[in-house]
Design a protein around this ligand. Structure first.
Ligand SMILES: Cc1cc2nc3c(=O)[nH]c(=O)nc-3n(C[C@H](O)[C@H](O)[C@H](O)COP(=O)(O)OP(=O)(O)OC[C@H]3O[C@@H](n4cnc5c(N)ncnc54)[C@H](O)[C@@H]3O)c2cc1C
Ligand SMILES: Cc1ncc(C[n+]2csc(CCOP(=O)(O)OP(=O)(O)O)c2C)c(N)n1
Ligand SMILES: [Mg+2]
Length: 574
């Protein structure tokens, strides 16, 4: 029997190194799932919700750097992928989504389950096309895969079930070459100009982000030559913070005042591989240099005096021999001193409370950090778990931290943990879940036993949408619609076949976390943590705060996450 279009589709994916497809089946996907069934070199990863499938594929792509694939059946099936795909697209991870379509002869008639995936997904993809003819396979699939990989983001193919079952016209993949890896580096004139500019400055601060992945050593060497403190943006945490004598923490609302001050007090800001989004945290008077692989990223967040298009590693390598050793220590010394102070302030908060008081979430995060494996993969939900992950997890070059940092979607942590664990079965995977975020895609708790994934879920149970409460208070409005009447999560976990553990008091946190992490299988730990109390900083009036989101203030949350520190004021006092 000859191949059908679905067989060819699966064969091309396998040929490109794809090992699995995350999704939920449906009759419009029958051709594809049936083709997977007959092969042993690709697996179908069955999730309970397609959004989970898209987030999981994104996590795999994030960790491996390679193309990952998810699929949904026609209409509502693939529509459910959309939020996860938005996250993949915004995080620039290569993901192919297969959106099955209604019978081809019915398109345009308002048929049962009819949607138009090529319109729906246009905004969250670089490429989104319908395959309506057998002759388009594998060409359109290959264009989609090439686009996802080379532009780093999402590509979608829509294909009707009947088209997938037609006889294939082509028989094999058209393209067989390894992923191109060009090295992008600014010209020598540009590097000389940058070196001259840097040589003229006595106070240089580096703001580095996820684009510095793989360029750790070069970054440290450049900072050493320039005597420049390094501030990192959140997505750069895994790659920049460890083994870094120039680290002065993160900036931004969840950042440290030391990160903020290092940026605000510099003469020259050197941005490398970052798209840190908050304009108010950039200095107004400094000379700003931005290095990014993508020219279109330059100047998005602040004014730029010199913009260079280049890969972080290649550019820093090219720059190093052009730099003389700076003798100006004062700026670095001050920034490091401020960092030590800020760090100590945060560490002092990560302590146990007496048995009668609510547990500090910082304490939970700190213990998790201490107890987790050397190469653990953490995921953190959007909400306050992002704060605790940013501030209390220690990265070491082997650990990874995933979140929905750019798209900012709730409920990301468990689905991303699923993709991380499926693609990295031997690594410890820990989901730092909010009670709101966890409940949002809780159906996929069932996936952990179904796929035997030994994920550890830590539920930070504050009985509220606490991050939103912070935002409401900051905006001067009364909290409303943020209460959560929670179930007994441990019983739900037990019902789903997991080990369910509960902590009542601070003195139990360590032993219970240790037990969960040791457990050979999936486990959920429910930890009641204190709900936050936000107070307004004295120089921001309620009137000013109105209409502003928390993210637009020039302020950081204090260590406890219960007060905003007005940085304008901190600066005045200096
Ligand atoms: C609740 C919440 C609160 C948050 N608060 C903060 C906060 O306080 N502080 C904070 O920092 N973030 C915060 N974030 C995250 C924030 O929204 C951004 O996602 C983050 O700051 C971006 O980090 P980045 O610049 O490292 O990564 P990205 O946004 O991914 O930017 C990476 C840049 O590097 C470029 N690049 C990629 N590869 C290369 C290469 N090889 N060479 C050169 N350039 C390359 C890309 O083109 C891109 O411009 C928060 C997120 C959430 C959900
Ligand atoms: C899908 C989605 N819905 C709503 C929001 C707005 N939002 C941001 S954080 C948050 C609360 C998260 O609550 P929870 O998971 O309990 O974490 P907490 O902040 O309470 O620790 C909400 C509703 C969002 N970011 N994403
Ligand atoms: Mg909560």
């Amino acid at each position: 029997m000859g191949k059908n279009v679905a067989d060819l589709l699966v064969e091309v994916l396998v040929g490109a190194g794809v090992q699995r497809i995350y999704g939920v089946s449906g009759d419009s996907l029958n051709g594809i799932t049936d083709s997977i069934r007959t092969r042993n070199d690709i697996e179908w990863v069955h999730t309970r919700h397609e959004e989970t499938a898209a987030f999981a594929a994104g996590a795999e792509a994030h960790l491996t750097g390679n193309l990952a694939v998810c699929a949904g059946s026609c209409g509502p099936g693939n529509l459910h992928l959309i939020n996860g795909l938005y996250d993949c697209q915004r995080s620039r991870v290569p993901v192919l989504a297969i959106a099955a379509q209604i019978p081809s002869a019915e398109i345009g008639s308002g048929y049962f389950q009819e949607t138009h995936p090529e319109h729906l997904f246009a905004q969250c993809s670089h490429y989104c096309e319908l395959i309506s003819q057998a002759e388009q396979m594998p060409r359109v699939l290959e264009i989609a895969m090439q686009t996802a990989v080379s532009r780093r983001g999402v590509a979608v193919i829509a294909i009707s079930g009947d088209v997938a079952l037609r006889d294939a016209v082509e028989q094999t993949a058209r393209m067989r070459f390894a992923e191109p890896k060009p090295i992008v580096c600014p010209s020598s004139d540009e590097l000389n100009e940058l070196a001259d500019l840097l040589a003229r400055s006595k106070k240089i601060t580096i703001l580095a982000g996820a684009g510095c992945a793989g360029a750790h050593d070069e970054l440290i060497d450049v900072a050493g030559k320039l005597r420049a403190p390094i501030v990192h943006a959140m997505r750069g945490k895994d790659f920049i913070e460890y083994d870094n004598p120039f680290d002065v923490g993160m900036t931004g609302l969840l950042g440290f005042s030391s990160g903020y001050q290092a940026m605000m007090s510099c003469e020259t800001l050197l941005m490398i591989g970052t798209d840190f989004p908050y304009q108010q945290f950039f200095p107004k008077d400094a000379t700003i240099v931005q290095i990014d692989l993508r020219g279109e990223q330059i100047g998005r967040r602040s004014k730029v005096d010199l913009g260079l298009v280049g890969d972080a590693k290649a550019t820093l390598r090219g720059l190093l021999p052009r730099l003389a050793q700076s003798q100006h220590e004062a700026h670095l010394r001050e920034a490091l001193a401020q960092y030590r102070k800020a760090r100590k302030g945060l560490d002092d908060l990560a302590t146990a409370n007496s048995a009668k008081r609510p547990i500090h979430p910082q304490y939970v995060a700190r213990l998790l950090d201490q107890l987790a494996a050397e190469d653990a993969i953490f995921t953190s939900d959007v909400g306050t778990p992002t704060i605790w992950a940013a501030r209390y997890l220690t990265m070491n070059g082997k650990r990874r931290l995933l979140g929905s940092f750019t798209h900012g979607s709730m409920a990301n942590a468990l689905p991303q943990a699923i993709g991380a664990q499926v693609s990295h079965p031997s690594r410890q995977v820990i989901s730092m879940s909010g009670d709101g975020g966890f409940a949002m895609l809780m159906g996929d708790l069932l996936t952990l036993r179904q796929l035997e994934l030994p994920i550890k879920i830590i539920v930070f149970r504050n009985d509220s949408l606490a991050f939103v409460e912070l935002e409401m208070k900051a905006a001067g409005i009364l909290e409303f619609a943020t209460d959560l009447r929670n179930p007994d999560f441990t019983k739900i976990a037990e019902g789903a076949g997991l080990l369910g553990l509960r902590v009542e008091t601070a003195d139990q946190v360590e032993s219970v976390l240790a037990e969960a992490l040791k457990y050979d299988g999936p486990a959920l730990v429910e930890i009641p943590v204190s709900r936050q109390e936000l107070s307004m900083p004295p120089t921001i009036t309620l009137e000013q705060a109105k209409g502003f989101s928390l993210f637009m203030m020039k302020a950081v949350l204090n260590g406890r996450g219960d007060e905003i520190i007005d940085l304008a004021r901190v600066n005045l006092l200096r």
